[in-house]
Design a protein around this ligand. Structure first.
Ligand code: ADP
Length: 661
């Protein structure tokens, strides 16, 4: 019996596995790297053990160390999650040798599916439909060119050992082949340690449909419905749903049948997924993932199953009897992957610290997260923060509920794709079930935020900020230390502030009309708007009127010289330049200037022993692609600058020390 499990993973999947283990009364051992010292997965486990430094090679991929920890702590089994060691047959083999159960299939099943080339040719021989294609390994340039021409263009080059959508290149014409092939080989070798390459026909806008498999060690193989994972960016899934929609019964049953054949042909045991590409009622085997998938929750919700529990039971050598048939599918589930990334900048990852993370608590919503408020999304690992999953009586209902979830999730301090996800499911083609892998490309203009919505949030931020500042002033002014600040009375004149968004500066003049109304002027953009703030508890959702038109569902946070404003999931991270506010803040600092954020020192403007004037910039820190200036709080002498350009600093690190004149 498995009583103690080590989870060789991190982030949301580690916390998700922990949840099931605890419900089964199993003791959980977590492992963590330096960067994950305070991570949620380590906090939630019964015991957590340090694994190594932040580099994955020295921690989550270091299986010798993991096995050593497992032996020392007498764990019965290891759950690998997905990614990292989950599809590494050498790891599974080493566990077997050490008498530790691997929660996954046998070494030989894993091996047969670990290279796309081998898997493909094996499946082709077994009669499973595959796209025309070939292994480029060991072939001369001429042979490759000939084979490509025979298949016809476009073609796709894939790293045979690849994963996560990496190492794929589309070839549109003959003269691109050799160049792209060479690049792909180099990339495959450096990313996956193997330069084996597969070339196959490229379908322009297919659907990605996959079948969930569960098999025990007694010959019971179940196909647990299918999923559509066609909504992808850079060949990586972002929205997944179950069951796959708009598929005729014959095709659906054909895929389930073939998936079962695949599993049978390699005597599969445990949970696995067979992936197909579907185009015009023809489907083609793409690959098998011999592990739990990121998107497994959508299957769990429509079937009322816990796949992690089933994996553990299979590893326990239990016979799995499921009363499963077509009618077992109830309702519809959709998952959205929340990433710390900037969709507009080619989905560039944007790590950083999460300041707020509130998620609506509803029975029809599920949040699988690796992070909570105050946690750091590190640049060492995948930028996925969480998965938001909705369950509805039907697809339309699930879309509506997912949209509600995305609009009412408050995720601040870190750039993310929540608004982008919401926009995807709101495109009418999504509701009309017209989905394929080209969807994001095709509807790109509808998915990125418009200039109007950006301007609206910027202008609102200017009004809200002045309101916030006066509340801040009032609370500070109650303290005897702050009653000497030269604050003009409300309504007297204009306040000048600048908001910086993505290096662009917006200069505002804000006139305080009364305690809740503000005239916000941006001369450069010729904008004049009257804002009325309808409720002013900044810890809650706010609503405003702009020229009498209601704007709802706003969250507004000020943290040092950063502003986070969010409307229905669309958020901006802004930098504020406001001499008055900085003055109030700097009053408090005595002698030492600490970094307000974790980041990199971009520029050092001062030296030891230098005389500086109040307000001079001493150091600029870059974090989450934004610049934060550390200013001299008073005129005086620098005692010591503790940083160099390029240095990484933690939040609270003392950047400089000085003495008042
Ligand atoms: P990975 O193992 O990196 O996830 P997959 O082989 O599962 O790679 O493919 C990921 C995605 O790449 C697919 O879902 C699909 O969108 C695209 N893709 C892969 N092969 C083809 C192909 N032959 N034609 C069109 N798209 C493809």
């Amino acid at each position: 019996m498995i009583k103690k499990i080590l989870i060789a993973n991190r982030g949301e999947i580690a916390t998700r596995i922990t949840r099931t283990c605890k419900s089964m009364g199993i003791f959980v051992v977590a492992v963590y790297s330096d960067a994950d010292k305070n991570a949620l997965h380590a906090r939630e486990a019964d015991q957590s053990i340090h694994l190594g430094d932040s580099l994955a090679e020295n921690s989550y991929l270091n299986y010798k160390k993991i096995i050593k920890i497992a032996l020392e702590n007498k764990v019965d089994a290891i759950h690998p999650g997905y990614g990292f060691l989950s599809e590494n047959p050498d790891f599974a083999k080493a566990l077997k040798k050490n008498n530790i159960k691997f929660i996954g299939p046998s070494v030989s099943s894993m091996k047969s599916m670990s290279l796309k080339n081998d898997a493909r040719s094996m499946m082709e021989k077994a009669g499973v439909p595959v796209l025309p294609g070939f292994s480029a390994d060991g072939l001369s340039e001429n042979q490759i060119l000939k084979k490509c021409e025979n298949i016809g263009f476009p073609l796709i080059i894939k790293a045979s050992a690849g994963g996560g959508g990496k190492g794929m290149h589309v070839i549109n014409k003959k003269n691109e082949i050799i160049n792209k092939l060479e690049g792909a080989k180099r990339e495959a070798l450096s990313s996956f340690g193997n330069d084996s390459i597969l070339i196959e026909k490229y379908l322009q806008n297919p659907r990605h449909i996959e079948v969930q498999i569960l098999a025990d060690n007694y010959g019971n193989i179940y196909t647990l419905a299918d999923r559509d994972c066609s909504i992808q960016r850079r060949h990586q899934k972002v929205i997944e749903e179950a069951p796959a929609t708009n598929i005729n019964l014959e095709v659906r049953e054909g895929m389930a049948f073939q998936a079962k054949q695949v599993a049978k042909s390699i005597s599969y045991s445990g949970a696995g997924t067979i992936e197909f590409l579907l185009e015009k009622n023809n489907f083609y085997f793409m690959e098998m993932n011999t592990r739990l998938q990121v998107e497994h929750p959508v299957t769990e919700l429509i079937l009322g199953l816990d796949l992690v529990e089933l994996q553990i039971r299979v590893a326990n050598n239990e016979k799995i009897i499921l009363d499963y048939n077509k009618d077992s599918i109830k309702g519809h589930a959709i998952e959205a992957r929340v990433y710390a990334e900037i969709p507009e900048k080619n989905f560039q990852p944007s790590p950083g610290k999460i300041l707020e993370f509130n998620f609506p608590d509803k029975p029809y919503l599920r949040l699988d997260t690796g992070y909570l408020a105050n946690d750091e999304v590190s640049s060492y690992y995948d930028p996925m923060i969480a998965k938001i999953i909705s369950y509805g009586v039907n697809r339309d209902d699930a879309i509506k509920k997912l949209s509600f979830a995305l609009e009412n999730t408050r995720l601040e301090g870190i750039k993310n794709n929540i608004d982008f996800l919401n926009k995807i499911i709101k495109v009418s083609a999504f509701a009309e079930k017209k989905i394929n892998t080209d969807f994001i490309n095709k509807f790109w203009k509808k998915l990125i935020s418009s200039k109007e919505s950006k301007d609206l949030l910027l202008d609102s931020a200017a009004a809200l900020y002045i309101k916030f500042r006066s509340s801040y002033y009032i609370s500070k002014s109650l303290s005897p230390w702050h009653n000497n600040i030269n604050w003009r009375h409300l309504g007297n004149d204009f306040e000048n502030i600048s908001l910086i968004y993505d290096k662009e500066v917006f200069n505002y003049e804000v006139k305080i009309l009364n305690s809740s109304e503000f005239l916000v002027i941006d001369e450069e953009r010729k904008n004049k708007n009257i804002f009325k703030i309808l409720n002013d508890d900044f810890s809650k959702k706010l609503s405003l009127l702009r020229n009498n038109k209601k704007i709802e569902n706003i969250y507004f946070t000020v943290n040092n010289d950063n502003i986070y404003i969010n409307q229905s999931g669309y958020s901006l991270n802004l930098n504020i330049r406001d001499k008055f506010y900085l003055d109030i803040k700097l009053e408090a600092s005595e002698g030492s200037m600490d970094s307000p954020v974790p980041g990199k020192i971009a520029k050092v403007f001062s030296k030891n022993n230098q005389q500086v004037k109040k307000g001079d910039i001493l150091v600029i820190i870059e974090a989450m692609k934004m610049e934060h200036s550390i200013l001299a709080p008073y005129s005086g002498k620098i005692i010591k600058i503790n940083v160099k350009e390029g240095q990484q600093v933690d939040e609270g690190y003392t950047v400089a020390q000085m003495k008042e004149k």
